[in-house]
Design a protein around this ligand. Structure first.
Ligand SMILES: Cc1cc2nc3c(=O)[nH]c(=O)nc-3n(C[C@H](O)[C@H](O)[C@H](O)COP(=O)(O)OP(=O)(O)OC[C@H]3O[C@@H](n4cnc5c(N)ncnc54)[C@H](O)[C@@H]3O)c2cc1C
Length: 444
């Protein structure tokens, strides 16, 4: 059966771009489709942290600097491939939390950074440039509208600058991100559980002057946001020493996110840090929480990256999923069971696929303040000043960060047993326990 392409990749984020380049490199006729006009630029909110040279999603990405090429190579050794990145990479050694009453907690590492910062736009640009060189075709400014499939092909209806047309392929990669339209339309979301959604707005600002050493900072408490519920994460940006990315954790309606960030930077207790600051970039995203696909394929469609994930794969793991998606499609085109192989990879690497507790673990860091009352947090933050938390290195991925913090507090004699028991519960909590725990503390 003749089709327009062997493979069409819907969505050219880090997963889709990697898949396009790798398929083209392997001689597969591939087309990447994306609604954005500029595929070498990140328009979706992404604070820019990545976990290198430490285990994350059952893999250690080993970095290798090659200053003569102006590149950092990232070796995914156990999967047998490497990529490169040409932007700035910076380690972060301090992590802060600020409570409703202005008290703060800090943890620091001395040897190995908690994580590294990168520039997501540069990363996309590198991948796009590479994929074009390998011979991948792209159709930007093109919205994928509908998808249908039969045993031998996938038919995709698209619209480019107001013009509709139909494209066919033997296999399709749906890498259209969270809230994947392809997953919804093809029926692949039927077995997933919906846990809610929330908007986020990100400002990248220069000229920000916090009176603390550079690190990520997490703010919570109604006083910081003019009485509104929510939180805000401020992550250093590698573009300048006084640059930060500020990102809201907000609830619907979407306008709350803007109100929250405007209040925080202009009127809140920390607004003096932003007196001479300037916004250099703005982006936004709607974060939808669906349990992950356990089997990320349906017929001739493979779901790669965030389209099949719990919350986010992050750039680094979306890239690895894109590579493995390309391998899987090539095998399928040769008549092998490539999609089954991809499913095994998905299950082996993304911890929340096999173990639902890891879904809860991934969320605990942003929900941290909701496990305790303001008074309890103030007590704990005072203790952390008395006993500074300084380690050579730490488990700082979103999966393990909260456990690390709880263990630090559990080890302190002054913390009452009741609080320690709650911390032990938080460490073990799955999604069900998490919802109950939050309800209890809010009522307390
Ligand atoms: C607030 C926030 C902060 C984050 N911080 C970080 C961070 O610090 N570090 C990190 O690594 N990651 C971060 N992420 C996560 C990261 O952005 C994602 O995990 C990653 O981008 C997933 O890659 P992807 O290729 O699967 O999907 P995406 O990057 O979402 O790409 C999907 C692509 O599909 C396109 N598309 C969607 N629908 C259609 C359609 N119908 N037709 C055509 N094109 C379509 C979109 O335009 C987009 O280009 C963050 C995410 C959020 C929301």
């Amino acid at each position: 059966m003749a089709t327009d392409y062997d493979v069409i990749v819907v969505g050219c984020g880090p997963a889709g771009l990697m898949a396009c380049g790798e398929l083209a490199k392997r001689g597969v006729k591939v087309l990447g489709v994306d609604k954005n006009p500029d595929l070498g630029r990140n328009t979706r909110t992404a604070s820019g942290y990545c976990f290198l040279n430490q285990p994350f999603n059952n893999l250690v990405i080993r970095t290798e600097e090659k200053p003569e090429e102006n590149r950092t190579y990232m070796h995914f050794d156990t999967l047998g491939f490497s990529t490169y990145y040409t932007g700035i990479m910076q380690g972060v050694y301090h992590s802060y939390m600020f409570s409703d009453s202005g008290k703060w907690w800090r943890a620091s590492t001395t040897k190995k950074p908690f994580y590294n910062l990168f520039n997501p736009s540069q990363c996309k640009n590198d991948r796009y440039t590479w994929a074009v060189k390998k011979g991948a075709e792209f159709l930007p400014e093109t919205l994928a509208l509908r998808v249908e499939q039969d045993a031998s092909k996938v038919t995709l209806a698209v619209r480019t600058r107001g013009k509709n047309r139909t494209l066919t392929c033997k296999k399709m990669i749906a890498s259209d991100g969270l809230s994947s339209r392809m997953a919804k339309l093809s029926g692949a979301n039927k077995t997933r559980t919906f846990y809610g959604k929330g908007p986020t707005i990100e400002y990248e600002m220069v000229g920000v002057k916090p009176p603390y050493e550079r690190g990520d900072m997490f703010f919570f408490g109604a006083k910081n946001f003019g009485g509104m519920a929510g939180g805000l994460i401020m992550v250093p940006s590698p573009i300048a020493e006084d640059a930060y990315r500020l990102e809201t954790i907000s609830t619907l309606p979407a306008s709350t996110a803007s109100l929250l960030i405007e209040h925080f930077t202009q009127k809140g207790p920390f607004s003096s840090w932003f007196k001479n600051a300037e916004i250099v970039d703005k982006s936004g995203a709607m974060v939808e929480m669906l349990t992950p696909m356990l089997v990320p394929h349906l017929g001739n469609i493979l779901f790669v990256g965030d389209s099949a994930a719990w919350l986010e794969c992050l750039y680094q793991s979306a890239t690895m999923a894109g590579y493995m998606g390309a391998v899987a499609c090539e095998e399928e085109l040769k008549g092998k069971k490539g999609f089954d192989g991809y499913t095994q990879f998905w299950e082996d690497h993304f911890e929340w696929v096999k173990n639902p507790v890891r879904m809860a673990d991934y969320m605990k860091r942003v929900m941290f303040p909701r496990f305790f009352t303001v008074q309890e947090l103030d007590f704990l933050f005072d203790l952390s000043q008395k006993y500074p938390i300084i380690m050579e290195e730490a488990e700082a991925t979103p999966y393990d960060f909260t456990t690390m913090v709880m263990q630090q507090f559990i080890a302190m004699d002054e913390v009452p047993e009741e609080l320690k028991d709650r911390m032990r519960m938080v460490i073990k909590a799955d999604m069900g326990v998490l919802s109950q725990l939050i309800g209890k503390v809010q009522k307390a």
